[in-house]
Design a protein around this ligand. Structure first.
Ligand code: CTP
Length: 458
């Protein structure tokens, strides 16, 4: 899943994470391309079966023959299979010869255990984000389902350009790993952020990505809270934000929910390795690596949540779903007449109750209860909702507590289940998310939902 890759993160000594792994080493045209030669050598030394793929402009900076001499596979520069450069004499020799087909991008992409691009230029990042295959490297990136690590290098102005940053955000969201460049000397004597990371940092980051994606067998290497991925293979759906029920094309009935709590829960679940679908009506920037479904009304939220819940192990209804909607929204903008207006509101589907009523065995359903109550009364209201909606956990929170109102970063919450009660007091929403995901993990374990599931969401 997409992440900011940490520096210096390296599996414990003795782990040969790269040994026998097929790694496509993409090289783009940039002054930093010379460092890719050293990356190639180090990957080979670590036991990887390296297939170098150079863009046309990369060949203006570094020779494909150099890569062929260092790598197990010959360097490739073209979409057309015949254009291999050199023999690929570097160690180790692959047990199974790599693709030498007429469609090398598909073969390379399909056979790869990882793809690393060193350096990744703004152009490559742009075409990858847009899904454009203009040469062999961009085609391999689209054809592969293996983890991808981009190591950008460019001038600071280009690195900071919103187009580049937006493309990287999009790619991270899709699960692509990015090793941010360092600050330092750049081409032309300039100084700033945009300098390619050192070869040993690139190799360490690739090892970290492979460990993280495979099942967390080699120690703490991830920037995630829980690199071991205790929830790896678990599929979760989280709803967030307040729904909007249209009165006419311009106006709606809404509520003050910010979506922050749902986003914190989605982030926490994803951080522990779960595969997360976030159904949201909030304008907040979603966490990297989660699948986002944007909705507006309670009906849209019901459709998206119930659809995704069918295959989910965990469903968390953190959204403030409207209980009622206008029965007949006007198709055109309503004009004022000065006379009182009567609105007819009709109930919406109670999504949580629906989930509770049709829960699959082992599925954990979580609800929220936003109340203006404290102490025992808050707990009672939470317990009542647990029963009435058939949920396994309810987070009851007092929205009238000081510093814990709607939109705030804090919440006054208790987590109630059938057998337990955890009073969190006034806490940061991320802390609430963490405690809630602990409780979810316990219930999943008790229900025998296999966690971790090795590599299930790699
Ligand atoms: N919920 C839902 N579908 C709705 C309404 C609410 O799934 N149509 C979920 C919310 O996401 C939340 C929980 O139900 O998890 C909140 O319960 P709800 O009964 O709506 O709470 P209140 O609106 O506070 O209801 P009441 O005023 O009856 O306490």
């Amino acid at each position: 899943m997409g992440d900011q890759v940490p520096l210096g993160a390296r599996p414990a000594a003795g782990d040969r994470v790269l040994s026998g792994k097929r790694v496509v080493l993409g090289v783009c045209g940039g002054i930093a391309a010379y460092k890719a030669v050293e990356v190639c050598r180090r990957l080979g030394d670590a036991g990887a079966i390296v297939s170098p793929v150079l863009t046309r402009s990369a060949t203006r900076f570094v020779g494909p023959l150099t890569f062929s001499a260092l790598a197990a596979e010959p360097a490739r520069t073209s979409l057309f299979g015949s254009e291999e450069v050199g023999a690929g004499s570097g160690a180790p020799a692959p047990a199974v010869p790599a693709a030498r087909s007429a469609i090398p991008h598909v073969e390379l992409g399909r056979n790869a255990d990882a793809v690393v691009v060193v350096p990744a230029t703004a152009r490559l990042i742009g075409s990858y984000a847009a899904g454009i295959s203009s040469d062999l490297l961009s085609s391999v990136l689209l054809a592969t389902r293996a983890p991808v690590l981009l190591c950008p290098a460019m001038h600071t102005e280009m690195w900071e350009h919103p187009a580049v940053q937006d493309n990287l955000t999009l790619l991270r969201r899709r699960g692509v790993h990015v090793l941010d460049p360092a600050e330092g000397r750049l081409a032309g004597g300039d100084y700033g952020k945009g300098r390619l990371r050192e070869p040993e940092e690139v190799v360490a980051a690739l090892e970290a990505v492979l460990v993280d994606e495979s099942s967390g067998t080699a120690g703490t290497v991830s920037s995630r809270a829980d690199a071991g991925g205790t929830l790896r293979g678990v599929r979760a759906v989280v709803s967030a934000g307040g729904t909007r029920e249209p009165l006419d094309p311009v106006r709606y009935i809404g509520n003050r929910s910010s979506g922050k709590q749902g986003y914190a829960i989605a982030t926490e679940l994803q951080a522990r390795g779960a595969q997360v679908v976030l159904v949201t009506s909030s304008p907040l920037e979603p966490p990297a690596g989660v699948e986002v479904v944007g909705v507006e009304t309670a009906a849209e939220m019901a459709e998206a949540v119930l659809g995704a819940a069918a295959g989910a192990d965990v469903v968390v209804m953190a959204a403030a779903v409207a209980d009622y909607r206008p029965s007949a929204p006007a198709p055109v903008k309503l004009k004022k007449s000065g006379a009182p207006v009567r609105l007819e509101l009709v109930p919406t589907l109670d999504i949580l109750a629906e989930l509770g009523a049709h829960k699959r065995p082992g599925q954990v359903v979580v609800g929220f209860a936003a109340e203006t109550a404290t102490g025992d009364q808050l707990v009672e209201l939470g317990r009542g909702k647990l029963e009435s909606k058939g949920a396994d956990l309810v987070v009851a929170n007092d929205v009238s507590a000081d510093g814990a109102s709607f939109g705030s970063d804090r919440s006054a919450a208790v987590i109630v289940s059938r057998g337990s009660l955890t009073d969190l007091g006034v806490s940061d929403k991320r802390a609430v998310a963490s405690k809630l995901v602990d409780a979810i993990t316990d219930l999943l374990g008790a229900a025998g939902v296999p966690a971790p599931k090795k590599g299930a969401n790699a």
